[in-house]
Design a protein around this ligand. Sequence first.
Ligand code: GTP
Ligand code: MG
Length: 346
Amino acid sequence: MFIDFARIRVKGGAGGAGAVAFRRETGVPRGGPAGGNGGRGGDVVLEADPQLSTLLDFRYREHYAAGRAGHGEGSNKTGADGEELRLPVPLGTVLRDADTGERLGELLQAGDRLVVARGGRGGRGNASYATSTHQTPREWEPGKWGEERRIALELKLIADVGLVGEPNAGKSTLLAAVSAARPKIADYPFTTLEPNLGVVGLSDGRSMVIADIPGIIEGAAQGKGLGTQFLRHIERTRTLVLMVPADAEDAQATYEQLRHELLSHDVALEQIPHCLVMTKADLRTSDDRDWEMDAPEAWGFFVISSVTGEGLPAFLEGLWARVTEEKAKERAEAPDLFPELEEWRP
Ligand SMILES: Nc1nc2c(ncn2[C@@H]2O[C@H](COP(=O)(O)OP(=O)(O)OP(=O)(O)O)[C@@H](O)[C@H]2O)c(=O)[nH]1
Ligand SMILES: [Mg+2]
């Protein structure tokens, strides 16, 4: 099952109360104040875990609370801190405050962490109120409650390459031909109902991830067909592949339609470089061998057949080169990849 959305409640642990106590020792009359501070409540922390690939676990449970802290004690003993609650999430999970919609950050790399609910501070014990003029303080503070909030988790698949085409364009067939993924393939539209990911292995241990998403049709941006709900899964790819089958009635129009639907969904998709691919090249007849296409914005044009394998090696090498180039650009532009994680503090 492909679970890409969940909403949960998280609560930091309560801080412990401060203590009121006085030193009692034989031979020491009127010992001074000795009530320790309460401990700090545990935080709820989300952490990116490469073992996970869905948000499924969060579908079965809604409430998550970190451990409460211990109260302060006599003899100036500070209460124990509450236990942190660590919730593993798949890489690529985007977090928002479910009530305000505020974006809290995203967890992209193994070990990335984000505190989503801080534990409460511990209260002060009476010892900390002592001053030279106030030697027998009886004041103490209760612990603070931990933060509580509802958060929305959204998983965006992280793929290097996104396949875009009308239904039956041959997206899933291509994914199956170049990776170990086994998406469903059939000659009817909307065979693919959920995104599929495949890892493409090239020589010398090189690999890239390709995402096959459901087909999009004219009006998709307005909700026709399966709509564009899956396009968000390719918002972070490094290149898109716009696929037009060799037997398309009007290849140019099909290409332009795809571009149009992408842009209507989100202009951010326009920033992602794309190449144009003629699929099902084995279906070409001798008359349409020279497929004239006007696509000045595409970085490349490839002719492939997932059935005969024609053109696939050159296509994959072309993709690899482009993906590598984009990765290098990303590194140059954003040495500190996720500043917002640092900035965000409750
Ligand atoms: N002759 C030929 N047929 C192909 C090729 N690629 C795909 N097909 C056929 O085209 C039909 C649709 O292929 P799919 O891979 O399911 O197409 P899709 O783009 O994933 O379609 P949706 O999931 O519905 O959006 C299937 O019958 C495939 O066998 C190809 O290179 N050559
Ligand atoms: Mg498909």
